[in-house]
Design a protein around this ligand. Sequence first.
Ligand code: HEM
Length: 368
Amino acid sequence: MSPIDAVRQADPYPYYASLVAERPFSFDEELGLWVAAGARAVDAVLSDPTLRVRPADAPVPPGIVGTPAGDVFGNLVRMTDGDLHDRLKDVVVTALGRVDRAQVVKLAADRAARTERLDELMFNVPAQVVATVCGLDDGHSAEAARLIGDFVRCLPASATPDDLTAAATAAAALRDLMGPALDRRSGSLLGDLVRAAEGADWHETGPLLANGIGFLSQTYDATAGLIGNTLLALARHPAPADLTAFVDEVVRHDAPVHNTRRFAVAPFRFGDAEVEAGQSVLAVVAAANRDPEVNPDPHEFRADRADPVVFTFGAGPHGCPGQTLAVAITVGVVGELLGNGFDAASLPDQVDYRPLPNIRIPVLSVAS
Ligand code: HEM
């Protein structure tokens, strides 16, 4: 098995445990990259400024340079380092910090009540909720959710020419759809983004709009995975008294994001290992979540863990500012299903996972 194949295995956790115990930081000859699996290694990798989120010679994937998708990509806090990242990150964190959690739970529950299929609940509802929070009306938020599914096709390294064309078309349409909501007078997330930017003396709207689109793309796959993995966890563990605590433990125990990459611009040392400039590192956050050095009895599912150490939302300068939002959406959707008599035992014992290199999303297409 490799850390990339592991993402879609029914139970990758014994393999991850062997990496943590025997090879917490090592070079994988087959993949041609370093693999960090232990909690200390993952923390060090995600915190070190010499390890960047993009290769130095390709800040934007070559296939989308010069297209609307490339313009969006190049301005995302997720995809940039240094000064641009740090300034925009503060703006993004401030704006997302103003989102009303209770309102998000309710919006997600309302949308879920109007949605029949589980796969739509997993993908469309979270994106629609975030689009609504951004300031789009019902019709436009449904359209934005559809378009973002096309935009994310440009993100994997395996994207085909068709994927890149679809992403470029979607990025242009998303800019048209979301641009009008980028108004400081509106009480929405995009209004907050403009006001936070003004407070930080940032007046360029292009990067703000790109990061508004980024909110949708960051939501899309990962929150689908969190909802799907939570539904499967409900079939395997006792019914929760506290749904939020249950979802938080799913985040650690069966993470929707399994790994993320870094690219060295200068030598990086971890213990005796030295990563050379130009090499890349895979930080396996789902393995680090189960490192016994940071979480006792890490393979046990316990919704009442005190202070678990969790890497699913990253760590260090690129840590995810959308955690509260993602968990609130999941609680809204799953709470609505449970309230309507959804029986997790009706889910199949064996499920397939989507063939993605880093995000763990079960294929659940049955009606809810
Ligand atoms: C279950 C859902 C989610 C998971 C597991 C997740 C996980 C992550 C992870 C691991 C990173 C860091 C990647 C890295 O360091 O390489 C990240 C970054 C980010 N996430 Fe999330 N995320 C989720 C949902 C969201 C949502 C709902 C939003 C906002 C609407 C969001 C916004 C962002 C942004 C803006 C970044 C870039 C931060 C930076 O680079 O400084 N995420 N996310």
